[in-house]
Design a protein around this ligand. Sequence first.
Ligand code: SAH
Ligand code: SF4
Length: 356
Amino acid sequence: MMSLIGLDLAELQALLAPDRPHHVRRLYQAINRDRQFDYGAIPDLPDSLRGRLADLPLGLPRVEQTFTSSDGSLRYLLTLADGRTIESVFMPESRRDTICISSQVGCLVDCRFCLTALMGLERSLTAGEMVGQVLLLLAQLAPDVHNRRFNIVMMGMGEPLLNLPNVLKATRVLADSRGMNISPRRLTISTSGITPKLAELAVAPVRPRLAISLNASSEEQRRELMPITRKYTLAGLLKACGEYAAVTGDAILFEYVLLDGVNDSDADAQRVAALLAPLGEAAKLNVIALNPAPGIPFAPPAPERVVAFQQIVRRTLPCFLRKPRGRDVYAACGQLKRMDAPSGENGLYRLPVHVG
Ligand code: SAH
Ligand code: SF4
């Protein structure tokens, strides 16, 4: 369905009133910049334009439920126009808040440690549905949040590189200085490594930052944990990453989920450092202990193991520990699975909600 959010200014003009560019611009700014979602309250729009707007829904997702973590993270269960549901997460931080959005309903990629994988793929999101998550969360949050700085990460449900045209469109709309004006440097997409799409991303004029979910230290181990590696090999992925870094000059953030006794040994750390060393300054690594969930056949390593792994990688490249956020309400990475049903299979995953 056509909706206003997600359209760029030129599209909105062509659709609504090519002869009234400054009025359409006012509308575009009211929504994208000022987050004024009530058309009626936007001043000085001609009646002809208001008339046309009657048939054009805004397209904001609807808040179905929110879950508040004891660490302050907020998980939003959102309903789209067709009734499907997705999740977004807000994570307040001392320096800069983070908004995590979904790029698809479910995911086709079958990573063994991820709860979203169990959903399969229902469909991809439109650009408007991705922009809508950001607009909605910002509008929902306390007014003081609006003045704080934030990052956006596409690390919710879905594989962004399997929805690249819409992801790039959303990036352009989010970055538009006449609207939301969010620097594309503040936007990160994370991919399981859909290798052929990296070259396309590299030449996009408005490009988010790139994160790659590495998660294994060898071809064989990655095939087990991320079966997509059979199609796009680890060697091929790392080669494409080298080309990406050369073409764009951008650094790449690699991510590594530590699974107890599976990919977390000293030897794994040494192999990871060796795999990334050829990328030189272009590579950084974030390690995160698994966020456990029912149905996921792995456990997080002990904290000392996580630190030992980091120390080894650090001899070769920058390596940071990512703190799990929102684990208690299943808002953390790999835990998004639309836990909306009050009972039944999904109900199993519903944890006590901490309010306030
Ligand atoms: N599909 C994309 C983006 C969404 S997943 C991707 O895979 O990159 C976002 C991140 O969560 C990925 O780095 C993924 O490896 C990580 N992840 C998945 N399941 C996890 C879990 N159970 N615990 C911790 N991180 C997890
Ligand atoms: Fe999909 Fe990412 Fe989960 Fe893998 S980790 S199943 S690519 S959402």
